[in-house]
Design a protein around this ligand. Sequence first.
Ligand SMILES: Cc1cc2nc3c(=O)[nH]c(=O)nc-3n(C[C@H](O)[C@H](O)[C@H](O)COP(=O)(O)OP(=O)(O)OC[C@H]3O[C@@H](n4cnc5c(N)ncnc54)[C@H](O)[C@@H]3O)c2cc1C
Length: 331
Amino acid sequence: MLDRRVFIDYRKNPVLPDSQELQVTRDADELVLTFLEKSDAMLETPIQRLAAMNQPAIDLFRKNGINLIKDSLEIDICAQHCNGGLSASIWWESNIQNLFPVGEINGSHGVYRPGGSALNSGQVGGIRAAMFINSTVSKYRLKHDHFISMIEFQIQDTIEMMDYWRSEGEGVELESEFSQMRMRMSRNAGVFRNLDTSRLARDEAREQLARIPTFNNIEPGDIPEVFYLKDHLICQLAFLESIVEYLEKDGGSRGSFLVLDAKGDLVLPWDQTARYVLDSQDGFTRKNQLLMEWDGGSFKKSWRKTRGIPGESEWFETAWKKYRERKIIKR
Ligand SMILES: Cc1cc2nc3c(=O)[nH]c(=O)nc-3n(C[C@H](O)[C@H](O)[C@H](O)COP(=O)(O)OP(=O)(O)OC[C@H]3O[C@@H](n4cnc5c(N)ncnc54)[C@H](O)[C@@H]3O)c2cc1C
C-alpha cells in the first residue's frame, strides 16, 4: 500500500467509483456545499476553488517549481505529531528529578489530545515547569562530586565505545543505516499497523541497535552521526515495542492509525486488499496506560489504570489564594 505513488490533480474533479466525474452541486453533501458557499468558492474545478480560497498556496507551490494549473502534485503520507512520550508530573517533571520534558516529547500528548492544542501545551508546560523550578529546584541542587561519581562510568563507557568505532575494520555505510531506520519507522509506525510486521520491525530495530557497538573504521567527523543513530534507534525501539505490546493486547485502530487485520472491515469499499479492526470502546487498551522503562539494554513494560478527569470542587477565592501564595506547588 505504501509503495503506490499518489497525485492530487487540481485541474479536474475526481472520478467517483461509478466512473462519473464528481460535480460539486450534484454530489457534495450539505456540509461541503455550505463550506464552499460561505467561502465564495462555489466553482467548477478544484483549482478554481483553491484560487478563490487560498491563492497564496498556489503561488507558494509555483515558487517551488510546481504549477498546479498545469501539473498534478505528488503527495505522500507524513506523520504529523507523536502521541505518547516521557512520563511526567502535572509540573512537567519526569521521574528523573529536575528533568522537565516539555512539548511533544511529553506523554501528555496522548491519543485524545485535541488537534491543534500541541503548541498551547508546550507553552503551558514551559510556564508551569518554570514556576516549579523557581519554587523548588534550588533546594535540590546536586553536589558537583556526587554528579561526577554518578556519571563517571558512563563517560568511561562512551570513550571506550568511541575508541572502538575508530579502530581498523571493514567500516559501515552510515547512510544505509539511517535509511533502514527511517524506512522501518515509516512502514511500521505510521498510519498502517499490523502485529506481524511490527514484531519483525521491532526485532530488526533491536538487531540494528545491538550492532552499533561493533561499528568500526568511523571517521572522527562521523562520530556525532553514530550517536544520533544510536539515540534514534533507542527511541524507535521504544515506539515499536509499545506498538507490539498494544497490538498483542488486542488494541485496534484509534487516533490516526489503522490496525490492519484480514478479519476486519474493508478500508475502502472498492478495494479488497486492506481490512482493519477498530479499538473496542471498553477494551483493555482503553482503560489502561502502557509504561515502559529502559534499563540500558531492554524495556521493562507495565500497564496502569488510566485516571478519570478530576471533578472541580474548589472555590475560586481559595484556589486563587493558594495559587498566589504558591501553595499549589508540591512535588
Ligand atoms: C505539519 C505540522 C502541522 C502542525 N500543526 C499544528 C497546529 O496547527 N497547531 C498545533 O498546536 N500544533 C501543530 N503541530 C504540532 C506542533 O507543531 C508540535 O507539537 C510542536 O511544535 C512541538 O514543539 P516542541 O517544542 O515539543 O518540539 P519541536 O518544535 O520539534 O522542537 C524541538 C527542537 O529541538 C531541536 N533538537 C532536536 N534534537 C536536538 C539535539 N540533539 N540537540 C539540540 N536540539 C535538538 C530541533 O531542531 C527542534 O528545534 C503541527 C505539526 C506539524 C508537523
